[in-house]
Design a protein around this ligand. Sequence first.
Ligand SMILES: NC(=O)c1ccc[n+]([C@@H]2O[C@H](COP(=O)([O-])OP(=O)(O)OC[C@H]3O[C@@H](n4cnc5c(N)ncnc54)[C@H](O)[C@@H]3O)[C@@H](O)[C@H]2O)c1
Length: 262
Amino acid sequence: MAVLNGKVALITGSTSGIGLATAHVLAEQGCHLLLHGLMNEAEGQALAAEFAGQYGIKTFFSNADLREMDSIHQFMAEGAQALGDIDILINNAGIQHTETVAAFPPEKWNDIIAINLSSAFHTIQQALPAMAQKRWGRIINIASVHGLVASVNKAAYCAAKHGIIGLTKVVALECAEQGITANAICPGWVDTPLINKQIEAIASSRNLSRSDARYQLITAKQPLPEMLDPRQIGEFVLFLCSDAARGITGAALTMDGGWTAQ
Ligand SMILES: NC(=O)c1ccc[n+]([C@@H]2O[C@H](COP(=O)([O-])OP(=O)(O)OC[C@H]3O[C@@H](n4cnc5c(N)ncnc54)[C@H](O)[C@@H]3O)[C@@H](O)[C@H]2O)c1
């Protein structure tokens, strides 16, 4: 039986990687989907139609830029009008830029903080009233191991990911009596386009093939010598949406191949 039949889920950044895989997992369980990401309107509408056809669910697509608060407010209002109030909010969209603090471009800092952290504040603020009224809600923020530990050249990313874990905890405390849980998932390496530049940088600086560079990137810090499949994150999200997980809130849950066990 589809366990999330009729629930409405918003997944930011669901045109690619972890967000897209999670969209498939939730659609299989009967969730209506507010799909979102930087994709042109025609491709986005085609993606939404494909999901609707494949799973028999209602869908809505937005390519709102998460750096703009007004765009976030607008697309969430339009999405709720089209599909109903949001029951499951997954703050997943994110970008990366690697450079030392000394050389880090301020505009990249601003973009990463806006997309990877502040957008989650705005979506949560918009989604909470309806969740509180229904006395049911699931907020899942896709953080990272870099919300728990640091790596060189990732100042903005680590700041944003540490920040989103703090935000998650506060939301969990404030909503604990309202049937709403808030959790952060902290993955290690996941096989998505986000990490392509890091692989390419290792390949060119060490004169390695792409697959050797990929292996070196993974094993530099992660004991499990393989990348996670994005769908594994989606399955974890599904568990956190289940009734069995109603006692899990305010947690930063690792799925990191042992990275932070060291
Ligand atoms: N891939 C990994 O190894 C890994 C590890 C830990 C955490 N994460 C986190 O998982 C999340 C998803 O990353 P992914 O690896 O699937 O990346 P991805 O590049 O495949 O997808 C990122 C998504 O965010 C959207 N996005 C980017 N900038 C945006 C903007 N300005 N406005 C609106 N949408 C925007 C993109 O359109 C895309 O849909 C991110 O928060 C990332 O930090 C990834």
